[in-house]
Design a protein around this ligand. Sequence first.
Ligand SMILES: *Cc1c(COP(=O)(O)O)cnc(C)c1O
Length: 376
Amino acid sequence: MALPEPSRIPGGLAQPAGRVYNFNGGPAALPLPVLEEAAAELLNWRGTGMSILENSHRDKKVVAMALEAEDDLKSLLRLGEDWKVLFLQGGASLQFAMIPMNFAPDGLPCDYVNTGMWSDKAYKEARLVGADARLAASSEDDGFTYIPDSFSFRLASRYVYLTSNNTVRGTQWKAFPSRPPAPLVADMSSDFLSRPLDLTDFALVHAGAQKNVAPAGLTIVLVRKDFALNGKKGLPHLLDYRTYIDSDSMYNTPPVFCIYVAGLVFKWLKAQGGLDRVCLRNEAKAKRLYDAIDSSGGFYRGTAREDSRSLMNVTYRLPSPELEKKFLEEGKAQGLCGLGGHRSVGGVRASIYNAVPDAGVDALIAFMKDFQAANG
Ligand SMILES: *Cc1c(COP(=O)(O)O)cnc(C)c1O
């Protein structure tokens, strides 16, 4: 596919007419070159005379496309043969149940770190399906504004569960617990592929694709094969990871279009030089935005503790709810969309995922300065 030079993706390039800067939390921005590629080959995908939306998942070219996406993802993450990439449905939320059903069945122990709404849901779901889930740490005591650094893990725990990036609260793990007593399992929905990953201590990673990878409808799971093979036997097929491993995620009809777009995104990330380069860009984008917040003399106030700030979801407040409302309305009128905080917390949230261009962040910062000058 025709990709712009990495340094020109797409920061500095003008948005095509009518397109806004999209700061949605999810479903969220997709890379412009990927959308253009998908549009260009929509009516006749790879010479099949039909669109990817209409092709059978048993078609050789579709099977090859899905395997290629899997390979590209493995190469981006430098995953070895002991890992398997799975393409599922049901969202990150179904993983909240599937993980304990497979790995802490029949009342077995598992430890959770509660850093906000999504980890809380995962923890409660584990209890609902009968796992002996306990909290090893929580940042609820300070409104989920930070990532804990001390944990009371149980030695018998089957896994330790955490949420790498807290989409609602704007916090992110910088380093994961060292020497955990059990393999780590992580929900990486909102920072998957935003930075390189050392998966040495991990057994499973899951991510709803609609934040940083692809359209809604696809959940990506990375699982260590030996861990999956030792899971609970006798579960319904679609709830058993082995089903997806054995069938290369084609036991039943997978979300073909989402896998296809994810595959284009993987190629786009590779063309930029891989996750190290992508991470540098994300750090630079986030730094500019946090600097703008911190240098506003208190007009804009970041909600997360500085050492726990997310590079993906930048959450902040204005002096009053009225000003926040005005900020969101005027921003939207200027083509800066999706800046409202999660409905459970309010405020402002700029989700600056991989696909949000440098120019979008710069446009937001310029707007913030103008808005403060007019209302500060
Ligand atoms: C959005 C989100 C979810 C929920 O994802 P669904 O695909 O809607 O189930 C779970 N965890 C995190 C961290 C999220 O950002």
